[in-house]
Write a protein that binds this ligand. Structure first.
Ligand code: 6PG
Length: 457
């Protein structure tokens, strides 16, 4: 048997079928025997069951693998990953074997595990994107690490991953657990783009009084051009759907949004690294706020429902603003990856990272062609920058909330117009004597620059 796969949930089952269909012989295990039976029946319907062996315990799995062994983990992030690794060690996994954590694990856990298991087996990480459909027919695969063992797996992953312009969307993007970091940032950008699309819909629906179907038509016209993206396409489709009473699907759904955590990790790591990703952070907080409304905390904030105002929006200007804001969300994510790579010395290859995002993943978009040539062109988009400024200003006039749109406008304004940091420096030194930097770079205090005989108390 060539490769083992542990965890037959949505992603595990579909990746297993993809691997088997492409010719791999696979030993598969899930603690829930029904999951194994379900996979076997899918394999039988494909006529590839002879390449699949379902085992009822990890010991049997390890015995069936010729050393050096290759094991893929698709189990929920957290302590279960360690539990399975320890069980595999007890079952005989040893030096020279590779275990790849393919779940949405926190990269910090990946770094710790590489150390923890370094004398037991090679621990590697890979982020997989594209949901069930992607795992089944061609995911994006963001792998990392230089561990021995990848040579056994790379040919298979290059075969089962999505491809773009006949280049695989599988790549080893950098060292250590950078694969999981890149996937985490992918999800951070995903959150921001999802929220940005929702805000454009919100502006068109409530701000201009259009129906979901009319918004869907606008999104469809945008998708015919370079704004085509997976998230815009699914949003168009969702907005076109109605129930049997012609009630729009979106009007049947509550506003509270869940999250499994990758967007939050992106925000946390950006804040820890001091790298500005305001649009990605705003998207996480936007989800938090959807769960705050109608809670006791919200009631204690005593915000009464406010009237909103209708406005008329120039659709071409809105399209330019949406394009520009989308580009800036990717740019923030790429800056975070670059900063983390420098800080951790991961040597992340941004070109390879972008290649994994070209097809199969959730944030795939035609305008990644532009970004793949380098992000500097974003600075030349004067008309789009003006459009974002204008649309953001008009949107705010409605009284509605546009957290990602507004934070993206703030991001580009912060990086392209004079800062107000000097007053904040002065405030810090006024009450805390924390020191200030003058234009010449010298450190001093307010009292070195002006007479300050008496301070406000
Ligand atoms: C992907 C997705 C996936 C993610 C789900 C749920 O790339 O296929 O990003 O990995 O887990 O979208 O994410 P949230 O629950 O955090 O929204």
């Amino acid at each position: 048997m060539q490769v083992a796969l542990v965890g037959l949930g949505v992603m595990g089952k579909n990746l297993a079928l993809n691997l088997i269909e492409k010719g791999m012989t696979l030993v598969a295990y899930d603690k829930n025997p029904d999951a194994g039976a379900e996979l076997l029946s899918c394999a039988q319907s494909l006529g590839v069951e002879e390449r699949l062996h379902i085992v009822s315990d990890l010991g049997d799995m390890v015995r069936r693998l010729e050393p050096p062994r290759s094991v893929l983990l698709l189990v929920p992030a957290g302590e279960l990953v360690d539990a399975v690794c320890n069980e595999l060690i007890e079952a005989g996994v040893s030096k020279g074997d590779i275990i790849v954590d393919c779940g949405n694990s926190n990269y910090k856990d990946g770094i710790a595990r590489k150390l923890k298991y370094q004398n037991k087996f090679e621990f590697a990480t890979m982020g997989i994107s594209g949901g069930a459909e992607g795992a089944r027919h061609g995911p994006a695969m963001m792998a990392s690490g230089s561990e021995g063992g990848w040579e056994r797996l790379v040919p298979w992953f290059e075969k089962v991953a999505a491809s773009y312009n006949s280049e695989s969307c599988f790549a080893r993007v950098g060292q250590s657990a950078s694969g999981h970091f890149v996937k985490m940032v992918h999800n951070g950008i995903e959150y921001a783009l999802m929220q940005l699309i929702a805000e454009v819909y919100h502006l068109l629906r409530i701000g201009t009084g259009r129906s979901p179907k009319e918004v869907a038509e606008i999104f469809e016209s945008w998708s015919e051009g370079e704004l085509n993206s997976y998230l815009l396409s699914i949003s168009r489709h969702i907005l076109s759907l109605e129930d049997s009473n012609q009630t729009p699907l979106v009007d049947l759904i509550d506003n509270k949004v869940g999250a499994k955590g990758t967007g939050l990790w992106t925000a946390q790591n950006a804040l820890e690294l001091g790298i500005a990703v305001p649009s990605l952070v705003a998207a996480v907080q936007a989800r938090h706020l959807t769960n705050t409304i109608s809670t006791l905390a919200a009631k204690e904030m005593t915000y009464q429902a406010k009237e909103t105002q209708k406005i008329d929006i120039d659709l071409e200007e809105l399209k330019s603003a949406f394009y520009f804001a989308s580009l800036l969300c990717y740019r923030q994510g790429l800056a975070l990856i670059k900063g983390a790579s420098r800080s951790h010395q991961w040597k992340v290859d941004l070109a390879k990272t972008l290649q994994t995002w070209r097809a199969g993943c959730i944030i795939r978009a035609d305008y990644l062609d532009d970004i793949a040539k380098g992000v500097d062109f974003i600075d030349t988009l004067e008309n789009e920058a003006k459009a974002l400024r204008s649309i953001t200003g008009q949107a705010i006039q409605t009284g509605l909330a546009f957290p990602v749109l507004a934070s993206t406008q703030t991001y580009i304004a912060t990086l392209s117009t004079p800062s107000n940091g000097h007053l904040v420096q002065a405030q810090r030194d006024y009450f805390g004597e924390h020191g200030i930097k003058t234009h010449s770079g010298e450190t001093s205090h307010l009292t070195d620059l002006v007479d300050l005989p008496e301070k406000v108390r």
